[in-house]
Design a protein around this ligand. Structure first.
Ligand code: FMN
Length: 197
């Protein structure tokens, strides 16, 4: 296992399944992975996946490339710009965490690490989940986009005719990998090749 770690920040928006799939895929590829998770995200995890977040952590910790830091552990290496990472994805990204980040606030380890990515000009990808969006949500995302963050709403690729949630999640994860620069392009079967003959 080589390379700088990818940081996965999990916040308390709906869509825990996307966070789990992202971490699973990073580890399947033996990419060093650091996970940071807010307390609201743990509530959502339980509600949406029917699993305690700590149980999931135990499974991930079997992988040698996996690291987890507590949300208030501001002495973790990723809190410093001197510690190299390959970038970070916020998946799912709550409007609360996006607003904090857009306002330059970094009161927990997840926000601090994302803020470090912005200041060090490292890849920062956000998968926002809220609907409908009001003007402040949109303005916050615009602010972060202007600073170089890539906003990847978890929207189904209707043109690929997804069969269910698994297909949608797989597509979003592939989008995340491209946005982080871990892949050059989407897999062939997720590319649009024009209307069926
Ligand atoms: C089951 C559940 C679902 C939620 N879904 C969303 C959501 O989709 N988007 C969002 O922005 N907040 C959502 N929230 C509210 C956030 O969890 C809340 O704003 C929290 O303060 C976010 O904190 P964090 O950014 O530190 O994770 C949800 C909360 C719960 C309990």
């Amino acid at each position: 296992m080589t390379g700088n770690p990818v940081v996965v920040g999990i916040t308390g928006a709906s869509g825990a399944v996307m966070a789990r799939a992202t971490v699973d895929e990073l580890l399947r590829r033996d990419i060093p992975t650091v996970v940071l998770c807010t307390n609201p995200a743990k509530l959502v995890w339980q509600e949406e996946l029917g699993e305690n977040f700590n149980e999931t952590l135990v499974q991930w910790q079997e992988h040698p490339g996996f690291t987890h830091y507590a949300i208030n552990d501001l002495r973790a290496p990723v809190a410093s710009g001197t510690y190299p990472t390959a970038g970070m994805v916020l998946v799912p990204a709550s409007m609360n965490s996006i607003a904090s980040l857009a306002g330059g606030l970094s009161g927990n380890l997840l926000l601090r690490t994302a803020d470090v990515c912005l200041k060090e000009r490292r890849p920062l990808v956000m998968v926002p989940r809220e609907t409908p969006l009001h003007s402040i949500h949109l303005e916050n995302m615009l602010t972060l986009s202007k600073m170089g963050a890539v906003v990847v709403p978890p929207e189904p690729a209707f043109y690929l005719q997804p069969k269910g949630i698994d297909d949608i999640v797989e597509f979003v994860v592939a989008r995340i990998f491209v946005a982080l620069g871990l892949e050059e392009s989407m897999p062939d079967d997720m590319q649009y090749h024009g209307p069926a003959e």
